[in-house]
Design a protein around this ligand. Structure first.
Ligand code: EPU
Length: 417
């Protein structure tokens, strides 16, 4: 298994290019199931999750080719309607094939994703929506078996906004008979990117990016070319890196407008953020100031940046209170940051991070994707060497992380252990 070894204490300087967003690319690949023909998606990051999605589609009979950030997908020959346990357990986002499969083929058998490191993560709202649209849903031996002749438009309401739930049901609704309204929909930029691609395919969608989305079903969609939006979590992670290393990083190819809540908080920590052509320049101070955050659905503070922000706060002047409201178990990084000398206590979903002057290198374990990113952030500041184990979590969501960090002057190497 690969480990990442980071010698901390360097002030990172230079320019970094942001990759396409993982959480936009995955639903877009799934959306290609809705058309019969060749879809080309550009700026698809070279990540383990993308490979898993590719395997899933290939396993169903689609053609999936990936090269140089471009995925070419042809779903003409799909003849197997199953997303097997072996792939869904690798990546929960596999559940995104459910909506498009029922919409186009009237059937799907998808392994029920279990809980994961950050919480139970049920998909009841996805299933509720499909049932309301007329799908028959059965659970058998850990699989969701869904069928419908043709889905019907319906009025749907989420108790809590769900990102992949909104995406799944939007993809289900585009080929349904009649109009579907999704109330309390997720408003994330990745939902908008998917809606834009679907509209280009010929779907009739209004309101994506707001909390009510209306989809008028059509009979057929056509294949498209589309470019994925930049990854806002990778952007935010590099901002946190500039903050913790007192660095000066030009982050290119990002959309600052998709990160407003994070930008406000990072500025409060003292991070300088200046817009430059096609990006932002992030200038860190010797020590950040302590700032409180509470995660919330978009446009609130993103849960996917909570762990990296906590790493930044671990060396802040003062105490920061961090509240996680989206996932019930997203503090797994706390114990690992403490191994590096951070002073953090938490009860339930609230953590108190008392900033320390110094972090020290240690052996630490990545437990999920964003937790592993927080360990990278902390390790870049820590004195001495940090070895991050189970780095495959990082590889699920960050493209060429060590290459990008080393180009900014960091000392990062990967070893097989
Ligand atoms: N929820 C339900 N029932 C459902 C669906 C969700 O109760 O049917 C709850 C969840 O348990 C959670 C909340 O609703 O408490 C929000 O979860 P959501 O469904 O929005 O999460 P997701 O769609 O499974 C996506 C991202 C996650 C990101 C969350 C929140 C993708 C592929 N994944 O997950 O990304 O943390 O939205 O923003 O888009 C990551 O990239 O590291 C990651 C975990």
């Amino acid at each position: 298994m690969d480990v990442l070894i980071i010698k901390g204490g360097k002030r990172l300087k230079g320019t970094v290019e942001i990759s396409g967003a993982k959480n936009a690319a995955l639903p877009l690949i799934a959306a290609s199931i809705l058309t019969s023909g060749e879809n080309t998606i550009n700026m698809v990051p070279d990540l383990r999750d993308v490979k898993t999605m590719g395997k899933l589609l290939t396993n169903m009979g689609a053609e999936f080719h990936y090269q140089a950030q471009r995925a070419i997908i042809d779903s003409k020959r799909i003849n197997n309607f199953e997303a097997p346990y072996e792939l869904v357990k690798e990546m929960r986002a596999s559940v995104l094939v459910l909506g498009p499969m029922i919409a186009r083929f009237g059937r799907a058998k998808v392994s029920l994703p279990g809980g994961c490191a950050i919480g139970a993560r049920p998909i009841n709202l996805h299933l509720m929506g499909l049932e309301k649209m007329g799908a028959k849903i059965e659970l058998e031996s850990g699989y969701i078996i869904a069928s419908a002749k043709r889905l019907n438009g319906a009025s749907l309401h989420f108790d809590t906004p769900t990102v992949t739930g909104t995406e799944n049901l939007m993809m289900a609704a585009v080929l349904a008979r009649g109009t579907t309204v999704i109330e309390n929909a997720a408003r994330e930029p990745e939902v908008i990117d998917l809606a834009n691609a679907l509209i280009y395919m010929g779907a009739r969608i209004k309101g994506a990016g707001g909390s009510e989305i209306e989809v008028e079903g059509v009979d057929e969609l056509k294949p498209i070319r589309h470019t994925v939006i930049p990854d806002r979590v990778e952007t935010g992670t590099f901002m946190a890196i500039a903050g913790i290393t007192g660095g000066d990083i030009i982050i290119k190819g990002c959309i600052l407008g998709n990160l407003n809540a994070l930008v406000i908080k990072l500025k409060e920590t003292g991070l300088g953020l200046e817009e430059v052509e096609d990006g932002v320049r992030a200038i860190g101070q010797a020590r950040p100031k302590a700032v409180d955050i509470e995660t919330a659905p978009y446009p609130g503070f993103p849960t996917d940046m909570q762990a990296q922000f906590m790493a930044l706060m671990s060396v802040a002047e003062g105490t920061s209170v961090i509240t996680e409201t989206i996932f019930e178990n997203r503090f797994m990084h706390v114990a690992e940051l403490m191994r590096m000398g951070a002073d953090i206590s938490f009860k339930g979903s609230t953590a108190a991070v008392r900033g320390v002057k110094k972090l020290k290198g240690a052996n630490v374990m990545a437990t999920d994707l964003r937790a592993s990113a927080s360990l990278v952030v902390a390790a870049l500041r820590a004195e001495g060497e940090t070895t991050i184990h189970r780095i495959y979590h990082l590889d699920r969501g960050y493209e060429k992380m060590e290459e990008k960090l080393n180009s900014l002057g960091a000392d990062v190497r990967r070893e097989k252990r």
